[in-house]
Design a binder for this molecule. Structure first.
Ligand code: PEP
Length: 261
């Protein structure tokens, strides 16, 4: 499969964060379904939707009962399969809901909920153990970028999460480059910056496994909108987008997903 051109695979994921009750979630899914029925996505473009835990079952049912071409995703999980972890949800529980993608290491989880590289690695293990695809988020803060440490920060996060994993595991991981300064701020990395970091990530992945690295998907995330999605998806090493705020609106999200062609 070529990295560019017609054989290219693109994954656009909507991270709803702590938004939308399950009633609202169903309404958005119905709207998405209608939009995709009216005009299917370009070949090779896939969408995943990551609602809150309370909406997962409703969204699963809405997607499956209407055969809507959207994969179900979750925003995080616990690394243990079960036990005395009040308030947590395991990867096993998610897999039984036909969840296909699980976001791991989102910067909000790292910054607000104390998830360090060790926890991120354990969560990756759990998601892979239950045959789902982790979307591993990496990215630097503004202070790290200004100190010239953007690449070393991202590389450290990648190595901590991915070292010593075989080709099979690596091949089922999606990496999302999300500069922390661009998340929810309205600031977006330029196409050049997104490409430069995605290429650096690809080089890092090559060191882990040359063959597998070429087919691994690298998403960009950070204030993606219908206005900037085309420029970002035109970057040769950007294979998709992780979209927060703009994914809450069905029209905007579908418009973003159509920007890759
Ligand atoms: C995100 O939550 O991963 C994200 C990129 O958010 P936003 O698009 O709102 O910046």
């Amino acid at each position: 499969m070529s990295r560019n051109g017609s054989g290219r695979r693109v994954l656009v994921s909507g991270n709803w964060k702590m938004n939308h009750t399950h009633y609202e979630a169903i309404r958005v899914v119905q709207k998405l379904a209608a939009l995709l029925r009216a005009a299917p996505l370009p070949d090779g473009t896939d969408i995943s939707l990551h609602p809150s835990f309370t909406s997962l079952r409703s969204v699963q049912t809405a997607l499956e009962s209407d055969s809507v071409p959207i994969a179900l995703g979750a925003q995080t999980c616990h690394f243990e399969d079960g036990g005395a972890y009040t308030g947590e949800v395991s990867a096993e529980m998610l897999s039984k809901l036909n969840v296909r993608y699980v976001i791991v290491g989102h910067s909000e989880r790292r910054a607000l909920f104390g998830e360090d590289d060790e926890v991120v690695r354990l969560k990756l293990d759990a998601v892979l153990r239950h045959a789902m695809t982790p979307i591993l988020c990496v990215g630097e803060t503004l202070a790290q970028r200004e100190a010239g440490m953007a690449e070393s920060t991202v590389s450290g996060q990648l190595i901590a999460a991915l070292k010593d994993r075989g080709p099979e595991a690596l091949g089922s991981i999606v990496v999302a480059y999300e500069p922390v300064w661009a998340i929810g701020t309205g600031l977006t990395a330029s196409g050049d910056d997104a490409q430069a970091m995605s290429a650096a990530i690809r080089r890092e992945l090559e060191l882990l496994d040359g063959d597998v690295s070429r087919s691994m998907l690298i998403q960009y995330g950070g204030s993606v909108t219908p206005a900037n999605a085309g420029e970002l998806l035109a970057c040769p090493d950007v294979d998709g987008l992780l979209v927060g705020g703009a994914s809450l609106d069905a029209d905007k999200f579908v418009s973003i997903a159509r920007s890759g062609r």
